[in-house]
Design a protein around this ligand. Structure first.
Ligand code: GDP
Length: 295
């Protein structure tokens, strides 16, 4: 994961390893390389610039107060800043409802249906919940089939209604079924278009208003780099969602989305998807991710 970024940051921070002390010159040289590594990883220009300014300030400020070697001090500062940038403390999902309703949103192909299955499986096996999946894509019968396949795989029932073309009504009927039959989590998979468009945004907004979910999650493909950040912004403007799911982190993503998304939408990344299998889901911990990036 993020091998290229890790290598580049390692090289950038290596500059200070041979030095006995931090000086303005070697800090400037190091932070310039850190900035270049972030930009190469597809981190937004403004975020990368602010990041390196903070690192520079901290490095020069803490220099006299620490017993760490310059190289170690810089690694620590960059790691702390990366953790902050990706969200600080990790945040769970709200399961206080009865049932708790979780609305999945995002573009087509982002990994919504796969992640709906992964989350249902995670909640069933790790949190002893009784989930119900609901298929609300009224445009693509194949999407309904796909959710049924996923549900069968993990042993979680799927509510769908192929005769109905009103996604709000389907979602409400799914929630009613959960209440009547004792399911305590409802995961609603919705239709996604290939790009942000008005019709899609109006539909997802109607579903959101019509069911008032405890959690609205935005699913995004991390391989799409800065586009991931722009799409997140568009969805957040309409839905004020609760958290982000970054999928396909197992691919050769450069990492820019993981690093930038929190500071652009100010919403936490809650889970990551790391493969096509139902078990390929991890809770997102910013500090662990920063450790991973800095080796
Ligand atoms: P949806 O259109 O948003 O519902 O997206 P899908 O769930 O159908 O996923 C689109 C494609 O991405 C499928 O081929 C999935 O198997 C694949 N996919 C989803 N999540 C991941 C992931 O975390 N890693 C990898 N490698 N592939 C994924």
């Amino acid at each position: 994961m993020f091998d290229n970024l890790s290598d580049k940051l390692d090289k950038a921070l290596h500059v200070l390893k041979g030095h006995g002390q931090i000086t303005e010159i070697n800090v400037a040289e190091t932070t310039k390389e850190v900035r270049r590594a972030l930009l190469d990883a597809d981190v937004n220009f403004k975020i990368a610039k602010e990041f390196t300014n903070r690192v520079k300030e901290k490095a020069l400020g803490q220099n006299v107060l620490t017993t760490l070697q310059p190289g170690q001090l810089m690694v620590k500062i960059v790691k702390d800043e990366l953790t902050q940038l990706m969200g600080g403390e990790s945040e769970g999902i709200n399961l206080s409802g009865n049932p708790s309703v979780i609305l999945m949103t995002g573009l087509q192909g982002s990994g919504k249906t796969t992640f709906s299955g992964k989350l249902a499986n995670f909640l069933k096996t790790k949190k002893s919940k009784k989930p119900l999946l609901v298929a609300c894509d009224v445009y693509r019968p194949a999407a309904i089939d796909q959710l049924h396949v996923v549900g069968d795989q993990i042993g979680v029932p799927v509510y769908s209604d192929r005769e109905n073309n009103d996604p709000v009504a389907i979602a409400q009927a799914g929630i009613a079924k959960a209440k009547a039959e004792g399911y305590n989590v409802v995961i609603i998979d919705t239709a996604g278009r290939l790009a942000v468009d008005e019709k899609m945004m109006a539909e997802i907004s109607d579903i959101h208003k019509g069911i008032q979910p405890q959690e609205t999650l935005f699913v995004v493909d991390s391989m799409t780099g800065q586009d991931a950040v722009n799409t997140a912004k568009a969805f957040n403007d309409i839905l004020n969602f609760d958290g982000v799911i970054l999928t396909k982190l197992d691919g050769d993503t450069r990492g820019g989305a993981a690093i930038s998304i929190k500071s652009v939408v100010d919403k936490p990344i809650k889970f990551i998807g790391t493969g096509e299998k139902m078990e390929a889901i991890d809770v997102f911990y910013p500090s662990r991710m920063a450790d991973r990036i800095l080796g």
